[in-house]
Design a protein around this ligand. Structure first.
Ligand SMILES: Nc1ncnc2c1ncn2[C@@H]1O[C@H](COP(=O)(O)OP(=O)(O)OP(=O)(O)O)[C@@H](O)[C@H]1O
Ligand SMILES: [Mg+2]
Length: 390
C-alpha cells in the first residue's frame, strides 16, 4: 500500500533540493554584476579601521535585493579577512518590525548570550557598540524591508544607528544597508537622516526581463537537476511566464513546481506542459504577517475577515461600518475615513487584501470592493482576536 511513497526522493529529475530552499544563496548572482560593482563602490573605504559605509537599495518584488545583500556580505567578509573583522547581521523587518525587536536581533547575532532586558533603545545601541569595540569588530547591518519598521516605529532607530559614534573617540562601528521595495523610501526620512545616509548612496534594482529570468532558472536547474532533464525550451517558457512580473521568485517557483509535476508522473524529463502558474503564490502570505500590523490596522482587518468568512467581497462603505463596530467592541476610538482609507491601501500593499473598483449598489457612483484571496479570513480573524485580547 505504501508504494505511492516510492516517488518521494526517487530523484528522477531532482538530485539536489537545496537550491529551492528559501534561504539558499547562490555562489554567483546571475546578471547582477553592475549592481554588485556599484554596491562595492559605495563600500570602497570599508578596509579602513575607522570608517563606516552606507547604502540604500530599492527595487520591485523579486528583483534580488535580499540575495544581493547576502552575496555581498559573504564576499566582503572573505575579501577583508585578515584586514578587518566584520560581523554580519541581516534583519528582516517584516518578521521583526519594532525597534526593540531589531535591536534584539542584532544583539543576538553578535553575542550568543542573552541580551540584557529592560534597556532603552539608546542603551542597547551603546551596549552593542561596546560589544563591537571589545571584539575589535565592525558590524555590517542590513535592515531588509525597512519601510515596515519605519511605518510602525518611525525612523528614530535609523537616526540613532547613524549617529552611534558621534562624539566618541573610536569611529566606524557600524555600516548600514537599508533595503526596501519602496522607490520613495528616502521620502520617509527627515533631512538629517538623508544627509547622513548620503542622498547619492542609492542603488536601484530593476525587475528582471525574460532573458534574466531564464538565466536564473537555468542556474538553479543546472545545480539541482540531472543533466538533460530540463530543456532549454522549458527554461525559456518559464522566463516568458515570469517576465510579466519580473520576479525571480516566480521563475524559481515555476521551475520547482514543474519538476514536481514531472516526477510525480514518473518522468525523468520536465515538459512544457508541466509548467503551470502554481498556487504557490497563494501561500506567499503568512498569517503571522498580521502580527506586525498596528492596532488600527488589526481592527480594520478583523472587520474585513468577519465578513469575508461568509462573502466573497465587501465594499469599502460596509468595511468602514464593520470597522466601527469592531472599535466599539474593543473600546477603541475609530479613526477618520481618510486614515481608514490609508490603512486599507497599506493592507493592500502588504498583499493581505485586494481591491477592485466597481459600480456601486446605491446611486450611480463607483466604489471599491475588497477581497482576500491569499489567506483564509477565518484563520486571520481568530489570530487577530487572540492578539487583541492579550
Ligand atoms: N541574480 C540572481 N541570481 C540568482 N538568483 C537570484 C537572483 N536574483 C534573485 N534570485 C533569487 O530569486 C529569489 C528572490 O530574490 P530576493 O529574495 O533577493 O528578492 P527581493 O528583491 O529581496 O524580493 P522582495 O522584495 O520580495 O523581498 C531568491 O530565491 C533569490 O535567490
Ligand atoms: Mg527581499
Amino acid at each position: 500500500m505504501s508504494g505511492y511513497l516510492d516517488r518521494i526522493g526517487a530523484g528522477k529529475v531532482l538530485v539536489n533540493r537545496e537550491p529551492f530552499s528559501f534561504d539558499w544563496t547562490p555562489d554567483n548572482l546571475v546578471g547582477r554584476d553592475r549592481e554588485l560593482t556599484e554596491l562595492a563602490s559605495l563600500f570602497t573605504h570599508i578596509e579602513n579601521q575607522n570608517s563606516s559605509c552606507r547604502a540604500v537599495i530599492t527595487g520591485p518584488v523579486g528583483s534580488g535585493k535580499t540575495v544581493l545583500t547576502r552575496r555581498f556580505g559573504h564576499d566582503l567578509l572573505g575579501h577583508l579577512e585578515g584586514k578587518r573583522k566584520i560581523s554580519l547581521a541581516h534583519v528582516n523587518c517584516r518578521n521583526h518590525p519594532s525597534t526593540s525587536q531589531v535591536l534584539q536581533r542584532i544583539a543576538l547575532t553578535l553575542d550568543s548570550g542573552h541580551p540584557e532586558r529592560g534597556l532603552s533603545s539608546g542603551e542597547m545601541i551603546q551596549s552593542i557598540r561596546r560589544n563591537l569595540i571589545s571584539h575589535n569588530c565592525h558590524l555590517l547591518l542590513v535592515l531588509d524591508e525597512v519601510d515596515l519598521l519605519i511605518r510602525r516605529d518611525n525612523s528614530d532607530l535609523i537616526y540613532k544607528l547613524l549617529r552611534i559614534d558621534e562624539g566618541q573617540e573610536k569611529q566606524g562601528s557600524i555600516s548600514l544597508i537599508l533595503v526596501s521595495q519602496d522607490p520613495m523610501l528616502l521620502k520617509l526620512f527627515e533631512p538629517a537622516i538623508i544627509s547622513r545616509l548620503g542622498a547619492s548612496n542609492i542603488l536601484k534594482m530593476s525587475p528582471y526581463d525574460k532573458k534574466g529570468l531564464t538565466d536564473i532558472a537555468r542556474q538553479r536547474a543546472n545545480i539541482a537537476c540531472r543533466n538533460g532533464s530540463v530543456s532549454e525550451g522549458v527554461l525559456e517558457k518559464i522566463g516568458v511566464m515570469a517576465a510579466e512580473s519580473g520576479d525571480a521568485r516566480l521563475a524559481i517557483e515555476l521551475l520547482d513546481s514543474s519538476i514536481r509535476r514531472a516526477e510525480s508522473s514518473g518522468r525523468g524529463e520536465v515538459l512544457i506542459e508541466d509548467i503551470e502558474q502554481s498556487s504557490a503564490r497563494v501561500a506567499a502570505i503568512e498569517p503571522s504577517q498580521v502580527d506586525g500590523l498596528s492596532k488600527d490596522q488589526k481592527l480594520i482587518m478583523l472587520g474585513l475577515c468577519r465578513r469575508l468568512k461568509k462573502e466573497a467581497e465587501i465594499n469599502t462603505g460596509d468595511a468602514e461600518k464593520l470597522y466601527k463596530i469592531v472599535c466599539e467592541e474593543y473600546e477603541t476610538k475609530s479613526r477618520s475615513y481618510t486614515t481608514f482609507w490609508k490603512h486599507l491601501k497599506f493592507l493592500e500593499n502588504q498583499g493581505l487584501i485586494e481591491t477592485r473598483s466597481g459600480k456601486s449598489n446605491v446611486g450611480r457612483g463607483r466604489t471599491q470592493y475588497i477581497t482576500m484571496n491569499n489567506v483564509a479570513p477565518a484563520n486571520l480573524a481568530e489570530r487577530i482576536e487572540k492578539e487583541l485580547q492579550r
